[in-house]
Write a protein that binds this ligand. Structure first.
Ligand SMILES: Cc1cc2nc3c(=O)[nH]c(=O)nc-3n(C[C@H](O)[C@H](O)[C@H](O)COP(=O)(O)OP(=O)(O)OC[C@H]3O[C@@H](n4cnc5c(N)ncnc54)[C@H](O)[C@@H]3O)c2cc1C
Length: 396
């Protein structure tokens, strides 16, 4: 029998103590639910596997005003390169910052705890079964816990069986190098070296930052080493991480019964950049609120359904467009990338600089593609799919 007052019994058990799980926990516990977050690693925010690039507006929407020590840096411009071309976008209007996820995730944990949630590290969820209307959750080395709701916030690992082609290997090194400019993020497209994705340099300060790569069938380690060798010495590698990224967008349904999936685990990362702090964080918030609304004596599934409705009405169209952009990117060779870049006018760059929105970047991407030459290229590359692509692009 479910007894909420029993110490091993909760209204909701959250598996995964990162951005989406902690925000879901914050929302549920602030509405009076008894919530526990279980994190398999020994420390919240560690090991960090993120570039930490996010907009200030996005963070405010998540209900977070980061402490000074959480903000590593502010980005003023982006340099985007192909083999033979280079474009510069002034991003100062977009107020993009780089956060230290180790510190940021701890801030979220503190918010969740202050709202009443309990958080436990070194608590890997091994198994989750639904018996007699209650979830029974087995924890490595711990006692079984019982909950009315189970929130899966375990990241990309949850999606491993949903499609191998939708997951790319990625790697990121923290480095010190004099060629890292504090103000400037770099994005490097090369269809041979990073098929279907790109390499990046994210500054965390003058002369320091994160260099990363992702791409279809690449060896991230080799790939970053080659990147660094090309840039030349001196540089020092301070830390290395490797992590898979999901590039196929959101995966519905977000909930089955009272089993609810949030964040990366639900594919809530942008198909173009795999960025998910804001979109996955909002997944956690929408889910937490919907669970709290549905919970109680008069349980009603329709309240839980609002999670998916709210998330898809905010991000669904944007993600569909980004998926379309991705399908174009996957087919571009280096010659085509150079051509597209050479066809962008200074006026277009100024327009993107003035009006670009970091959290909804499909409009900026469309401006990149919306030239006669590029549309002709897409026609050649996409054959029968061209009409659909142009129709969908015109709706943006
Ligand atoms: C190299 C790289 C760079 C990135 N850069 C950016 C960026 O610049 N900007 C951006 O917005 N996004 C970026 N992202 C994506 C971003 O990191 C994620 O979208 C975000 O962290 C998603 O949060 P989450 O809570 O859904 O999942 P995660 O952050 O993946 O957290 C899942 C948590 O679950 C825990 N867990 C897993 N299994 C279990 C288990 N069995 N039991 C208990 N706990 C478990 C994990 O230890 C982890 O703490 C990047 C990702 C990568 C890989």
């Amino acid at each position: 029998m479910f007894n909420k007052n029993h110490e091993n019994t909760y209204d909701a058990i959250v598996a995964g103590g990162s951005v989406s799980g902690l925000l879901a926990a914050r929302e549920m516990s602030s509405k009076g639910m008894k919530v526990i977050v279980l994190e398999e690693d020994h420390e919240i925010g560690t090991p960090e596997h993120c570039g930490g690039v996010v907009s200030q507006k996005g963070l405010e929407t998540l209900g977070i005003i980061p402490r000074i020590k959480t903000i590593d840096n502010e980005i003023k411009r982006a340099i985007i390169r192909t083999r033979n071309r280079e474009l510069e976008i002034d991003s100062s209007n977009q107020k993009v910052i780089v956060i230290d996820r180790r510190s940021f995730d701890k801030e979220l944990a503190f918010q969740a705890q202050s709202s009443g949630a309990e958080i436990n590290t070194s608590s890997a969820v091994l198994k989750n079964t639904f018996e007699g209307g209650v979830f029974k959750v087995k924890i490595k080395g711990g006692v079984d816990l019982y909950g009315k709701y189970f929130v899966d916030a375990r990241g990309v690992g949850t999606l491993v069986n949903k499609g191998k082609r939708s997951i790319l290997p990625s790697g990121q090194y923290e480095i010190y190098a004099p060629w890292i400019n504090k103000d400037t993020i770099e994005v490097i497209f090369d269809a041979d070296l990073y098929p279907g994705f790109f390499a990046w340099v994210i500054p965390t300060g003058e002369g320091k930052g994160k260099v990363g790569v992702a791409g279809r069938n690449i060896n991230p380690n080799e790939s970053i080493n080659n990147f660094l060798n090309k840039r030349g010495k001196p540089y020092s590698i301070i830390r290395k991480i490797y992590a898979p990224i999901w590039i196929d967008g959101y995966v519905t349904p977000f909930s089955i019964g009272k089993n609810v999936v949030v964040g990366d685990a639900a594919g809530q990362t942008k198909p173009t950049t795999a960025g998910g702090i804001f979109t996955g964080g909002m997944g956690g918030i929408f889910a937490g609120r919907a669970i709290a609304d549905s919970h109680g004596e008069n349980y009603d599934e329709k309240y839980l359904g609002r999670y998916e409705d709210n998330w898809t009405s905010q991000f669904g169209k944007e993600f569909d467009r980004l998926r379309l952009m991705r399908s174009i990117l996957e087919r571009l060779d280096n010659k085509s990338l150079d051509k597209i870049f050479s066809d962008i006018s200074q006026k277009t760059l100024e327009k993107i600089s003035a009006a670009g929105d970091f959290d909804f970047h499909s409009i900026a991407l469309k401006q990149f593609l919306d030239t006669k030459l590029t549309l002709n290229l897409i026609y050649t590359l996409m054959g029968n799919e061209y009409r659909k692509v142009v129709r969908d692009l015109s709706k943006i």
